[in-house]
Ligand binder design. Structure first.
Ligand code: HEC
Length: 693
């Protein structure tokens, strides 16, 4: 939380990126695919000596160069502008990992621009060979820039390395050559061919006056169109195959991705159908309608596939490194200890501002006062996990700096020993903190005030939690010590390797089994029965990975209501607003809360990633969860009125029947009937009231 949060009402900040990115790709695919097709057609027209076709191609090149070098370039820069605003931390991490990639990309951009302009402006002056060379130079450099940018977006989805894991090497190439690179490059090359061939068809149908030229374009564009669809399909299959498990689960589980996946298949089928009945069956009659239909279907296919590709990345924005809400995975432990408000640069300013108020002079609100006060003020929830972890790990894996005893040297060795990913994910964010002092960066600890809390925390962990009644321990104490230690070691050793819970429990089981002295099956079985290995629950895994949640600063609950709500909203903005708008808008939180109590909202927040694993883990204290819940309670809607409405008896129908009955009774002379109908009339009168309701 080193950056402020951009508040975009209704839409949410990340959706700004989605919009500008979509506007960009419709043209950037054309910049790549159009370049390839123009180079190809340029060669053909030279070979055939077709003057008329060349005249049309020149026209198309002018349109192409104008569109891609203005609109394409401006929206491309627009993406940079918006990702910097909406996802500053993720952008920073990506720049630090991929700066070399962007440097190469800009070289190719330059080549692309120069060759593209030369291709058009010297259209009639270049000899066929030079013109061909320049055309292919453009096509090649445009395609290489597609590959380079794909390496970065594919890394964000799955940072697993193809050659070696970036996790342990930190190398640019290992990050770039990730498992998603090839499938996504194939899919995007397919999109480029497909969309560009459709734009060609549309452009020719509108601007090529000569029917023979139009027919020529139609015939020439059939192959690239089908090739594009084929490559896109192959790429999507590969993409699916190399999805991280969390993304696969999201794809299956979330209704939006389900619907969009089905929609994608339907759109591709429609594209093939239109291609077959249009350009394939009647190459000489291609109309603007068919061109437009194909272009729109192509744009729809690209939009849908881009949406799904982005949506399944949750809870990460950069796989295993940064969560969607701009929180480093490695910072969660510290944020649960100190609090979200206390670890954020901008939220700290908010706290300082409140501390200035006269009515709060008795309270410790600001970071300075809260973090420095005596430990018995701070009530913490402990799981008991970290105590054992510390004992066991003394001489094992590199430990986070324990600044009380280890001092600066130990911190340094920690920085050196840890892998690239661990640097990102174990407080490594300090190296990204723009406001950290050099000392803080060296210590790999952003907040020097955190040091005191570290001490408090250790003490609190080794003694009885002071206020358990008000705070639910996250882990029940009856977990077997053996497993806890193994699991926490495993988690620490593997660090971020452990991305899914099933895999982790399996590894834990395997480790427990391999620890046994005897090798035979019977012995293992017997030992298993003796030990009764229990799988770690989600809560235990969560605490093992992200640490226990501290109670936090009780003084924050003594603020007046308005200020508590201000803080609650700040927590919401930094923790949830990347995925949920407030009252109305993109995946708005308000409707999701209907019927929940403050207490249940708080519980949900504390177990955010248990509720839906695609939400990031809770990265604050219990007090902050309370503040958040109080704020959310003010924007939550009532239950829809009809849900709990009492069932109306079938009065109307009865009334009619009974009225009819009364008339009949009036006519009848039997004593019995009159009595019974008299009762019925009385009933009608009394139920008339409830009928009005
Ligand atoms: C990475 C994105 C992301 C973040 C961050 C996030 N959520 Fe969610 N949340 C989701 C998605 C996706 C759903 C499913 C939405 C749906 O069902 O339409 C969801 C569902 C919910 C629901 C409905 C759950 C249910 O099953 O009834 C609640 C409540 C909720 N989120 C609260 C929060 C709160 C509070 C925060 C912040 C502390 C938060 N979310 C942060 C993505 C996120």
């Amino acid at each position: 939380m080193y950056y402020p949060w951009l508040d975009v009402p209704v839409l949410t900040a990340p959706m700004l990126i989605a919009i500008i990115a979509l506007l960009h790709v419709f043209v950037s695919y054309y910049a790549v695919g159009g370049g390839l097709l123009l180079a190809l057609e340029n060669d053909r027209s030279h070979r055939d000596g077709d003057v008329e076709y060349r005249a049309y191609l020149k026209k198309h090149t002018r349109f192409f160069v104008t569109l891609t070098l203005t609109y394409g370039a401006v929206t491309g820069v627009g993406i940079w502008f918006f990702i910097g605003l909406a996802s500053p931390l993720a952008t920073e991490v990506l720049i630090k990992t991929f700066v070399f990639g962007w440097a190469i990309e800009w070289c190719f951009f330059l080549l692309e621009i120069v060759s593209g302009l030369a291709f058009y402006f010297f259209w009639d002056k270049f000899s066929p060979r030079v013109s061909s060379f320049v055309g292919w130079t453009y096509a090649f450099s445009a395609w290489i820039s597609l590959v380079l940018i794909t390496g970065i977006t594919s890394f964000m989805l799955n940072s697993g390395g193809l050659v070696a894991d970036w996790e342990s090497t930190g190398s640019f190439w290992h990050a770039f050559l990730n498992v998603q690179l090839a499938p996504q490059t194939i899919a995007r090359t397919g999109c480029a061919f497909m969309l560009s061939s459709f734009y060609f068809l549309l452009h020719a149908s509108l601007f090529a006056k000569n029917p023979s030229v139009r027919a020529k374009v139609t015939r020439h564009m059939r192959f690239p169109a089908f090739l594009g669809v084929f490559l896109l399909a192959c790429g999507v299959v590969g993409w699916f195959f190399f999805l991280p498990e969390s993304s696969l689960a999201t794809l299956e589980r979330a209704s939006a991705t389900n619907i969009f996946s089905g929609l994608f298949v339907a759109i591709i089928a429609a594209i093939v159908l239109v291609l077959v009945v249009g350009p394939v069956a009647r190459p000489n009659e291609t109309s603007a309608g068919v061109g437009l239909a194909l272009a729109l279907l192509g744009i729809a296919a690209v939009s849908v596939s881009e949406f799904v590709r982005e949506a399944v990345r949750k809870p990460y924005i950069v796989n295993r490194v940064v969560y969607s809400n701009q929180i480093m995975r490695g910072d969660v432990k510290r944020m649960r200890k100190e609090g979200l408000l206390y670890t954020g640069v901008w939220t700290n300013w908010l706290l300082d501002e409140l501390q200035q108020k006269e009515e709060y002079q008795e309270l410790d609100i600001s970071s300075e006062r809260y973090l420095n006060r005596s430990s018995n003020h701070v009530v913490r929830v402990t799981s008991g996990l970290e105590e054992k972890e510390d004992q066991k790990n003394d001489d094992a894996a590199p430990q986070p700096p324990n600044t009380t005893s280890d001092g600066a040297d130990a911190s340094l060795s920690y920085v050196e020993q840890t892998s690239a990913l661990a640097q990102y994910s174990s407080g490594g964010a300090a190296s990204f903190a723009p406001f950290a002092t050099p000392q803080q960066r060296t210590n790999n600890d952003f907040s020097s005030q955190a040091l005191n809390v570290g001490v408090d925390y250790q003490q609190a962990a080794s003694s009885e939690p002071q206020n358990l009644s008000s705070s639910q321990p996250l882990v029940q104490p009856n977990i077997q010590v053996n497993h806890v230690v193994t699991a926490s070691n495993l988690l620490d050793d593997a660090g971020s390797d452990v991305t899914d819970i099933g895999q982790l429990s399996e590894s834990v089981d395997a480790l427990v089994a391999s620890d046994l002295d005897e090798e035979t099956n019977a012995d293992i079985l017997e030992a298993e029965q003796r030990e009764q290995p229990t799988k770690l629950s989600v809560k235990e895994l969560d605490v093992g990975l992200h640490g226990p949640i501290a109670y936090g600063n009780p003084d924050l609950l003594s603020l007046n209501e308005e200020d508590r709500l201000t803080l609650g909203r700040a927590v919401f903005m930094h923790h949830c607003n990347c995925c949920h708008a407030e009252k109305m808008g993109y995946s708005a939180i308000s409707p999701l809360l209907a019927g929940r109590t403050v207490e249940s909202i708080k519980e949900l927040a504390l177990h955010l990633n248990h509720v839906h694993y695609y939400m990031p883990p809770w990265a604050g204290t219990e007090v902050e969860a309370t503040l958040l819940a109080e704020f959310l309670d003010t924007i939550k809607p009532e239950y829809p009125a009809n849900v709990f409405q009492e069932l109306k008896p079938k009065q109307k129908k009865n009334n009619i029947e009974k009225e009819q009955g009364t008339q009949e009774a009036d006519e009848a002379s039997s004593q019995d009937e009159v009595v019974s109908n008299g009762a019925a009339v009385g009933e009608n009168a009394s139920s008339g009231l409830s009928n009005e309701f």
